[in-house]
Design a binder for this molecule. Structure first.
Ligand code: NAD
Length: 503
């Protein structure tokens, strides 16, 4: 039996090993909750007074923007090395706070390492364009420059990786970062940030290139409203994005929004079924259904719907639910009791709307382990009733039938969110149609893999109520820089564009 004291001792040990100096409690105390216990891991000072932090960040920006980008990349490279050395320590904090199973928590830290590697390469590739000028003796070019302070607001379910996606890219782009982590994951945040601070100190850079401010939505709001923050990169619920987007726009700041998803997969008659079931189970039940890319709607050809239902029930019943630190566990706890209540309410609503629970549907006790555990659940639905349109952050998969492929695409696109979608098919025409302009309207559209588990090399993000932001790989770095168009006249004449003559 693991007691709350054991959990607190584990947290203290990991924090010390990561070099975290715990701040003295402040006026506004913030508890550090754990998904594994009703008792908190500790308490921390929260702040909504960001003047000193943001002045420091602004000052750091003036110096950091002039450090050559490849030298900025050295900092991120060192951070990646430190993450490699401390991977399991940081992962343990993630498990303690969020309940993520060890393998996935380590995967989260690996994602941080991957994005560091990516950002180091990027630090030598922040290129612009040279464009043919219509005027003789002129050169037309586009150049990219550091933007300013980047405020990062992150969600509980990827408590450190999403920050690293932002921080690694922002830092090589020449922008200091100020991080408001989830109030459910302050300790993981402090661990991740302490390692970066170690690299900053070793390389002699200003400490204010990376700062953390702890607190809840009120701390987030203080960051959102401050004109010293050039870009707010906010990850969380659609509700949060609806509040943050207009506030940043009102001061003409930039925002990058990564919000909720309601992701679907289509299983067609030609689908490789064994592979599809494996992909579906990981995407729907992995992380206890608490990923933004979690599969929530499975749209199956009517001829296969019973068969797919039977296979899913068999697979779901074999999923070990339990202590997230145990290597045999595949489904850990939900974040907290409120998540359990939301799970039960969604199941009840689905049944009231005509759904049939094929497997799961209940909260369960796990011997020797605190926390709220939900059975991975499959519910056959008569159609896209109101509950199917909602993102319930729990392992509930709604099973829906379709008759023709266009209808499947329509069902896929019928929700307000637009993050991730998949099709399982061996029919090339269907696969191509699904990822075409007339196909899935999501930021991520996959073929023969599930909706979750993206690699860092591609741009990550979604459309519609998911917010439209893009993070991580590809050319997402443009969001962290300002673009300038330069016209350079190296002639002795002054021809005007469009042939205009003026005197
Ligand atoms: P949440 O919206 O409750 O909180 C997210 C963060 O926003 C927290 O740090 C919170 O303190 C802050 N916040 C909340 N209201 C705010 C406000 N008005 N102003 C400023 N900051 C505010 O989300 P959560 O429960 O932590 O995370 C789950 C949600 O995040 C799900 O909807 C999930 O789909 C989404 N998510 C999206 C992505 C993505 O990349 N699209 C990734 C991870 C999670």
């Amino acid at each position: 039996m693991t007691t709350p004291d054991d959990l607190r001792a584990l947290a203290r040990d990991r924090l010390a090993a990561l070099g975290v100096v715990l701040p003295a409690p402040g006026a506004e105390d913030l508890t550090a909750p754990s998904a594994l216990s009703a008792e908190p891991l500790g308490s921390l000072p929260a702040t909504t007074e960001l003047d000193g932090v943001l002045d420091g960040a602004r000052e750091a920006f003036l110096a950091w923007r002039e450090v050559p980008a490849p030298v900025r990349g050295h900092l991120v490279r060192r951070y990646g090395e430190l993450l490699r050395e401390h991977k399991s320590l940081l992962a343990d904090l993630v498990t303690l706070e969020t309940g993520k199973i060890t393998s996935e928590a380590r995967g989260e830290v690996q994602e941080m390492i991957d994005v560091c590697d990516y950002a180091v390469g990027l630090s030598r590739q922040l290129w612009g364009k040279t464009i043919a000028s219509e005027r003789p003796g002129h050169r037309l070019a586009e150049t990219w420059h550091p933007l300013g302070v980047v405020g990062i607001i992150s969600a509980f379910n990827f408590p450190v990786a999403v920050w690293a996606w932002n921080a690694a890219i922002a830092l090589v782009c020449g922008d200091p970062v100020v991080w408001k982590p989830s109030e459910h994951a302050s300790l993981s945040a402090m661990g991740a940030a302490a390692l970066l601070q170690t690299a900053v100190t070793e390389l002699g850079h200003p400490s204010a290139v990376s700062q953390v401010v702890l607190g809840d939505a009120r701390t987030g709001e203080a960051l959102v409203d401050d004109p010293r923050v050039a870009l707010i990169s906010a990850t969380g619920s659609v509700r949060m994005g609806r509040a943050v987007g207009p506030r940043v726009a009102a001061r003409f700041g930039r925002s990058l929004l990564e919000l909720g998803g309601n992701n679907a997969a289509v299983v067609t008659p030609s689908a490789p079924l064994e592979l599809a079931i494996r992909g579906v189970v990981f995407a729907a039940a992995g992380t206890a259904g608490q990923r933004c890319t979690t599969l929530r709607r499975l749209i199956v050809h009517r001829s296969l719907v019973d068969e797919v239902g039977r296979r899913l029930v068999r697979a779901y019943r074999s999923l070990p639910i339990g202590d997230p630190f145990a290597s045999s566990t595949l489904v850990g706890p939900l974040l907290n009791a409120a998540s359990g209540t939301a799970f039960e309410a969604a199941v009840a609503q689905a049944v009231a709307e005509g759904g049939t629970v094929l497997t799961g549907g209940r909260l369960v006790d796990v011997t020797g382990c605190g926390g709220t555990f939900a059975e991975p659940t499959v519910i056959a639905m008569p159609g896209q009733t109101p509950i199917v349109h909602e993102e319930t952050f729990a392992p509930i998969l709604y099973l829906l039938a379709y008759d023709d492929f266009d209808e499947a695409i329509e069902l896929n696109n019928a929700v307000v969110q637009g993050l991730s979608a998949s099709v399982f098919t061996r029919d090339q025409a269907e696969a191509e149609r699904f990822v075409s302009a007339a196909g899935a309207d999501t930021g991520i559209a996959n073929v023969n893999i599930g909706t979750s588990g993206a690699e860092i090399g591609g741009a990550f993000g979604g459309e519609k109520a998911t917010g439209g932001g893009r993070e991580s790989g590809s050319d997402s770095w443009h969001a962290y820089m300002r673009q300038a168009t330069n016209t350079i006249n190296y002639s002795d004449a002054l021809p005007l564009a469009q042939g205009v003559s003026f005197g």
